[in-house]
Design a protein around this ligand. Structure first.
Ligand code: NDP
Length: 250
């Protein structure tokens, strides 16, 4: 069971894993956790100061030296993502996994009134940029013995829900992207593509989405890390095209 995976020490040893939105929330804790299990972590996000603090936390915990990759997924061009692929190849020489974690919540409002500029921005960060970054990094990922691409969905990505607008639509698109990548690569590579749905988790995004909720009733990012580690470790090499819900009753 992926949710209850018991990680062995150093189960990510020798792997290089890129985490988007690594400066805060679930992405920050995933980056720290991957480093704790032996991975070299590439910290991508839009706020350098937050990425640098995560870098310092990893270093002081004795993890492998990470790398800070400042990139605003709203503005980054495909050419910049290809340059990033070249840079990772030159400086690190390998890429075994991507955790596509960064995303925007946008507005919670009926589609009839949804601001079209916010709609485009949310779709771009959550869906288009996720696709662009995956495609740009594929050459390196395909060289990995068992590469793992993990997209982040949400319960509203599996079951559309009124008022969740572009966020829900972008997460449905991400689930479709994972499925199509899986079908197209199943017979030709060892690469695997899956989605993770963390379920309600104590972060800034959750607090914005549910302002009346007591955050202390929610799991913390640390509580749900078993699934995040499992999908990056070789324990999951046969898991393909799944949407893994970490809190199925959410
Ligand atoms: P947070 O809002 O706390 O963190 C989101 C991260 O994404 C931040 O590090 C943020 O950077 C980064 N980010 C946002 N926009 C961009 C951008 N344009 N370029 C680069 N990075 C960007 O969210 P969570 O930690 O709660 O969510 C993590 C993932 O889990 C998301 O995909 C979310 O949809 C999903 N999820 C979360 C749930 C929850 O209950 N928390 C439930 C279901 C799904 P910065 O800090 O600089 O703003």
């Amino acid at each position: 069971n992926i949710r209850d995976f018991i990680a062995t020490e150093n189960c990510l040893e020798g792997k290089t894993i890129l985490v988007t939105g690594a400066g805060s929330g679930i992405g920050r804790v995933a980056a720290l956790t991957y480093a704790r299990y032996g991975a070299t972590v590439l910290l991508l996000g839009r706020t350098s100061s937050k990425l640098e603090s995560v870098y310092d936390e990893i270093e002081s915990a004795g993890g492998k030296q990470p790398a800070v990759l400042p990139m605003d997924l709203e503005k980054a061009t495909y050419a910049e993502m290809q340059q990033l692929e070249g840079l990772i190849n030159k400086e690190v020489g390998q890429l075994d996994g991507i955790l596509h974690n960064a995303s925007l919540l946008g507005e919670l409002t009926p589609l009839e009134m949804y601001d079209v500029d916010i709609f485009a921005k949310v779709m771009h960060v959550n869906c288009n940029a996720t696709f662009m970054l995956t495609q740009a990094l594929l050459p390196l990922l395909k060289d990995a013995a068992h590469g793992s691409i993990v997209f982040t969905s949400s319960t509203v990505g599996t079951h559309p829900r009124a008022f969740w607008g572009a966020y829900a639509i972008s997460k449905q698109a991400v689930e479709g992207m994972s499925d199509i990548f899986t079908q197209e690569t199943r017979n030709t590579t060892t690469l695997r593509f899956n989605c993770i749905n963390p379920g309600g988790t104590r972060t800034n995004m959750r607090a914005h989405a549910f302002p009346g909720e007591n955050p202390m009733t929610l799991k913390t990012p640390e509580d749900i890390m078993a699934g995040y580690v499992c999908l990056m470790s070789d324990a999951s090499i046969d898991v393909r095209g799944q949407v893994v819900a970490l809190q199925p009753k959410d």
